[in-house]
Write a protein that binds this ligand. Structure first.
Ligand code: KG4
Ligand code: ZN
Length: 352
């Protein structure tokens, strides 16, 4: 079964063709980083316009790369992320998907972007030599799982009964963890997007140098809060009230120490909630996804937690951590089998 997936929730325009929910025949991702970098973050109107300009070409490239010459006869369905995301961006993807589904007379499958991030662990990674993190069959014995999605827009914890049956058990009360990484990178004057830059700089730092406070909330809470640590970093780097000096007064080693200490604290907050969830709910595996799951410290800590709890851990291949349409087309295969098809009246939902 061949599904075309379309992804336009934020600042990546992507289209992919996936066979039987696992085999990625094409996954074209066009990042808008250059358009947003000078603003230090994603500008929704610019993002929506850029999707509009590039989506048709991206879809055409995804079809060609996958060897689809006649979509009407070769494709089985068209899938699109219709929630959550920036509303103008979602509208572009959903309108295009409706057009393709109507023109080719194919089922239209709506996909939740955050849930698709968790599905990305089961996409086949053509470059991977190990099968530990990207197995080619989804064993049902992995469910129920605890799933943690960490991205620029979300920090959400799920009890996953199946890929089309997830119950959210925790979420951020303020900023998403990726937002905190991006903000800390901005405070350190590293550039945008900040997550990979912090990850890189932290390799040279002492992660015990600065004891940034952990916001773990109430003893039994499964929610997250990242605004406090963001402010702590700001005050540490810029002085009282965040206005006395800036990162240019730090030595390269001091900057690296801030990056490493922040990264260790952020990872600890995420791991503690995974630990709590696994203790409270029936858990047969741990699954992570989203852009921040590319982080080296977080990947290592989740694997260590799995070893400690004797649970298998599923981590996306690096290429499928950040936004991509392969995860949309992949999850759509499961949804199609479950009959979860939309009509052309499908709506976009900014927050869920
Ligand atoms: O999943 P994603 O592509 O977009 C959303 O759905 O939001 O995630 C993007 C986020 C950005 O905040 C980026 O800084 C972060 O993922 N990110 C990282 C790393 N790579 C990307 N954060 C920490 N460490 C990384 N290596
Ligand atoms: Zn995402």
């Amino acid at each position: 079964m061949l599904i075309l997936g379309i992804e336009t929730t934020c600042d990546e325009t992507s289209a992919a063709v996936v066979r039987d929910g696992r085999e990625v025949l094409s996954n074209i991702v066009s990042s808008q980083i250059d358009l947003h970098a000078k603003f230090g973050g994603v500008v929704p109107e610019i993002a929506a316009r850029a999707h509009l300009e590039s989506l048709n070409a991206i879809v055409a490239e995804a079809l060609t790369t996958a060897g689809i010459t006649n979509p009407q006869s070769q494709l089985d369905a068209v899938a699109v992320s219709h929630c959550p995301g920036l509303i103008g961006c979602l509208l572009v993807g959903v309108a295009a998907a409706k057009g393709f589904a109507f023109a080719w007379q194919k089922p239209l499958i709506p996909v939740n972007h955050v849930q698709a991030h968790l599905y990305s662990v089961f996409l086949h990674d053509p470059d991977s030599t190990s099968s530990s993190n990207s197995q080619f069959t989804v064993p049902n014995s992995l469910f129920p799982a605890i799933g943690l999605v960490m991205s620029g827009g979300h920090s959400s914890l799920y009890h996953v009964h199946a890929f089309d049956h997830l119950v959210r058990i925790g979420q951020t009360q303020d900023d998403a963890v990726g937002e905190a990484f991006d903000k800390v990178a901005a405070i350190l004057q590293l550039g945008y997007p900040g997550g990979p830059l912090i990850d890189q700089l932290a390799q040279q730092g002492n992660d015990r140098a600065i004891p940034f406070p952990l916001a773990l909330l109430a003893k039994d809470s499964l929610d997250f809060s990242f605004s406090g640590i963001k402010t702590s970093v700001l005050y540490h780097v810029n002085g009282k009230k965040g206005r006395e000096r800036d990162a240019s007064s730090l030595t390269p080693q001091q900057k690296a120490d801030v990056a490493a200490s922040f990264q260790r604290s952020a990872a600890e907050m995420l791991i503690e909630k995974l630990r709590r969830a696994a203790a409270r709910f029936e858990t047969r595996s741990l699954i992570i996804g989203g852009g921040v799951s590319a982080n080296s410290t977080i990947r290592r800590r989740v694997l260590e937690l799995g070893t400690h709890l004797h649970l298998p851990v599923f981590i996306p291949p690096m290429r499928y951590c950040t936004d991509n349409a392969a995860m949309i087309a992949g999850l759509a295969h499961r949804l199609l089998l479950a009959g979860k098809i939309a009509t052309l009246a499908l709506e976009t939902i900014a927050t869920v």
